[in-house]
Ligand binder design. Structure first.
Ligand code: FES
Ligand SMILES: [Fe+2]
Length: 339
């Protein structure tokens, strides 16, 4: 099993809120197998799925209220992982329990902290408010990508690939021809591409019927270490005062499962026609189609990376945001003392 190094002192999205019920959910994050469940008070428990007795998966056990009973020797663990009962002896050794991880739920996303719990500052959880109604109509999803998480960040910060990879959904003229303007503010990397008087890409026409060409804007924000916020703007060409300029957003959260596999949590959300559930479903499917196209590219790219060797990578003009993000990620690794 590929295992790290990972940035551990970070909030990672580990699930979408509706996924976690009063039932066992397993998920590997940063090489650690986890058991997640919602307690009766609505809070979420996240513990190591390896029973501390003999490593049998706790997720094979049974929930009794807010306690999980291991299905091998019947030992029980409470909401914070601490042992509450050992059937074969009356005394519970001090500190005996499964490791528990801090969890926070915000805007319908569940975040987990895999590193030092003392550093798990709730104020560091980003706010992706577009992930919730009533002003926004989100469609959320989760893909498992067979590639390292940093390759997916590269993919999202260089959208010149839209023309070649996403022909039926996101492609249009103007992407290759217009440069990306990149700004860096502390750890955040922002990039904007302005495309004036271009044909609407299919996904733009789906949300709002444009009768002619549009002015199209891509706004990318890398929020370290593993989120990319994309705001897409579109207006009828030349209509500078268009009130519906913000067309839709795509939220991207990349959480390492292992070194070579990544949980890709994403949302496409819009402010127009928020009650149109058919449109929500259509956008969901179009975006999923696009991201499955990316998944194929990324899997093959990872295969070549794994072979190793070859010439060094070449950086071109469109890679500027990618390079700035890589620089920030490198500094985060250095902060945590990893390589
Ligand atoms: S392995 Fe879980 S109780 Fe023994
Ligand atoms: Fe893509």
């Amino acid at each position: 099993m590929a295992n790290g190094p990972f940035l551990l002192n970070q909030w990672y999205v580990c699930a979408r809120s509706p996924e976690i019920k009063h039932a066992r959910l397993t998920r590997m994050i940063c090489g650690v197998p986890l058991l997640l469940f919602r307690r009766r008070d609505g809070e979420i428990t996240a513990i190591d799925d390896r029973c501390p007795h003999r490593k049998y998966p706790l997720s094979q056990g049974h929930l009794h209220g807010d306690e999980i009973e291991c299905a091998y020797h019947g030992i029980r663990f409470g909401k914070n992982g601490q042992c509450t009962r050992i059937p074969a002896q009356s005394e519970i050794p001090a500190g005996f329990g499964a490791r528990a991880f801090p969890v926070i739920e915000k805007s319908a996303l569940v975040y987990i902290w895999m590193g030092d719990p003392a550093k798990a500052d709730p104020r560091l959880v980003p706010d992706f408010f577009e992930n919730c109604g009533p002003d926004w109509a989100p469609a959320q999803d989760h893909l498992l990508i067979e590639a390292n998480w940093q390759l997916i960040i590269d993919n999202l910060l260089d959208l010149t690939h839209l023309t070649f990879v996403h022909k039926t959904t996101l492609a249009s003229s103007g992407i290759q021809e217009n440069p990306l303007t990149v700004t860096v503010d502390g750890d955040r990397v922002s990039a904007r591409r302005e495309m004036l008087n271009v044909e609407p890409a299919p996904i733009f026409q789906t949300i709002r019927e444009f009768l002619g060409n549009i002015d199209r804007f891509q706004n990318l924000t890398f929020i370290p270490p593993n989120h990319v916020h994309i705001r897409l703007e579109a207006r009828p060409a030349g209509k500078l005062d268009d009130p519906d300029l913000v067309h839709h957003v795509v939220l991207n959260h990349l959480t390492p499962e292992t070194e070579r596999t990544t949980h890709y949590f994403w949302t496409i959300s819009r402010r127009l026609r928020v009650n149109d559930v058919v449109l929500t479903d259509l956008l969901h499917r179009m975006n999923r189609t696009a991201f499955e196209e990316d998944a194929i590219i990324l899997r093959q790219q990872q295969r070549m990376v794994d072979i190793g060797g070859g010439e060094p990578l070449v950086n071109l003009a469109a890679d500027r945001a990618v390079n700035e993000a890589r620089r920030v990620i490198r500094s985060k690794f250095e902060e945590e003392g990893a390589t």
